[in-house]
Design a protein around this ligand. Structure first.
Ligand SMILES: *Cc1c(COP(=O)(O)O)cnc(C)c1O
Length: 450
């Protein structure tokens, strides 16, 4: 597979280079030259295959020239001791993406990326510095994924005071090869600082830099896996038993199975930087049985507005209770636009934006009606689907991606639902002390620190 910059189709690179450089030298994002298709035999058995086998089939064509199959299989086994159960909450399906160590979907991308980097750099002796800007969950997932990985250090930049105490601990309490910087500014400022560091020729001569944001293809591609797995299961008329960490009131069993079999699900994706949704589009292009997507945003609705008007207008982000989606200038939009025209995108993706008030109402209602605890991001997804319900008409079953465990956002969720069951992984983190350095949103200061 060849990869190209979104800004230049003339200089192909291989997967290793696209992954290890992160951002293309011209400032573009790497995209695969083509989106492969699942072999027919795989496509027809997605519903019953093991998650790790689906991961192998999904990721392999993108990395084949750089990672041998046997190595890839090992990477996947080690990255995903957990899966992504598809459970029922009333007549909706919830794809639970929070069963990994940091209890958010970013574990899927970050854990694969860390292992891929380690393998791809096995003959290098210069240390690698990963720079990552986070609005909350990326930092924890990347820090956890890379913690203790030899020859790689990580600097995480997060907006001071705009992440939850738990997120801050996941980012800043590991120590070791993980540095945490609390930036006086917004997530967009953090992202701008990282971009400035990458554009700094002098700095890049002294340090081997890479990114771990959702702009990195090595994080993006493994996120296609759970779309293939979940849509395959829904299409086969199957759902999973509740997982151990499923935040449900005991005894509140699922409603009668809706007539799902043989119908492609609509997938509602709570979105910020649009890495998750882009990966979903890859999965659909590969042949996963997905009808279309709902781009669910909070009031930072740059993409829903674009889908409506055809005009892309980046904005300053506004703070909300679904803070991992407080993004006014989604970095993966450039990648989506490189693959699909506005006309095509409107066909593949419907947009809806949700207020904090609606998000709270949804958390409360779903808990009351179904005994299921949604986090604010998943609630945005479900509400967006409700808002579009009229337009969905006879579409297939609706699957909402629950991108974080509600216990990560207990400050918001518990006043609406009462105490939320806390998974063991989160319990352990809360006992740690965060240690981060506060810096102004100034690229000169970052350069000095690095
Ligand atoms: C990062 C994140 C999102 C947004 O994902 P994108 O890929 O940036 O669109 C949604 N929910 C949670 C919990 C997140 O951590």
């Amino acid at each position: 597979m060849k990869y190209y910059s979104t800004r230049n189709r003339n200089e192909p690179v291989n997967f290793a280079e696209a992954a290890l450089t992160g951002l293309a030298p011209d400032g573009g994002l790497f995209v695969p030259g083509e989106i492969p298709s699942f072999p027919a035999a795989v496509k027809s058995s997605l519903g019953t295959m093991d998650f790790r086998d689906i991961a192998l089939e999904t990721i392999r064509p993108y990395v084949r020239e750089d990672i041998p199959d046997a190595v890839l299989a090992d990477l996947i086994q080690s990255a995903y001791p957990f899966g992504a159960p598809l459970v029922e909450a009333g007549d909706r399906l919830v794809l639970e993406l929070f069963h990994g160590p940091t209890a958010a979907f970013k574990d899927f991308g970050a854990r694969f990326m860390a292992r891929a980097f380690s393998y791809l750099r096995r003959h290098e002796d210069r240390p690698l510095r990963i720079l990552v800007a986070t609005s909350g969950d990326t930092g924890g997932a990347v820090a956890d994924g890379f913690f203790g990985v030899e020859g790689i250090s990580v600097t995480v930049l997060y907006p001071r005071g705009r992440v939850t105490p738990l997120q801050e601990r996941q980012i800043a309490a590991l120590g070791g090869n993980i540095d945490a910087l609390a930036v006086e500014g917004s997530f967009d400022d953090c992202q701008a600082l990282v971009k400035a560091a990458f554009a700094d020729e002098a700095l890049r001569k002294r340090l081997v830099l890479s990114s771990a944001n959702s702009i990195n293809v090595a994080r993006l591609i493994p996120q296609a896996v759970y779309y293939a797995a979940a849509s395959g299961r829904a299409f086969a008329g199957l759902v999973d038993g509740d997982g151990a960490a499923t935040p449900r009131i005991p005894g509140s069993g699922p409603a009668a199975r809706s007539r799902m079999k043989g119908r492609e699900p609509v997938m509602a994706v709570p979105s910020g930087n649009f890495g998750n949704l882009t990966a979903g589009l890859y999965a659909k292009e590969m042949g996963a049985p997905i009808a279309f997507f709902i781009a669910a945003t909070n009031i930072n609705k740059t993409v829903p507005d674009y889908l409506e008007s055809g005009v892309y207008e980046a904005r300053t982000s506004q703070a909300t209770i679904s803070n991992a989606m407080d993004v006014g200038a989604p970095s993966n939009f450039e990648r989506m636009a490189a693959h699909w025209s506005w006309e095509t995108m409107r066909f593949l993706v419907r947009g809806a934006s949700v207020t904090d008030g609606e998000t709270r109402e949804t958390i409360e209602r779903v808990h009351q009606d179904h005994g299921y605890y949604l986090d604010p991001h998943g609630a945005v997804g479900l509400k967006a689907a409700d808002l579009l319900a009229g337009a969905l008409g006879g579409a297939g079953p609706l699957a909402v991606l629950a991108t974080a465990h509600p216990a990560k956002f207990s400050e918001t969720v518990e006043p609406l639902t009462g105490p939320v069951p806390v998974p063991d992984s989160l319990r352990r983190v809360m006992d740690r002390e965060p240690r981060s350095r506060v810096i102004p949103a100034d690229s000169g200061v970052l350069r000095e620190l690095l």
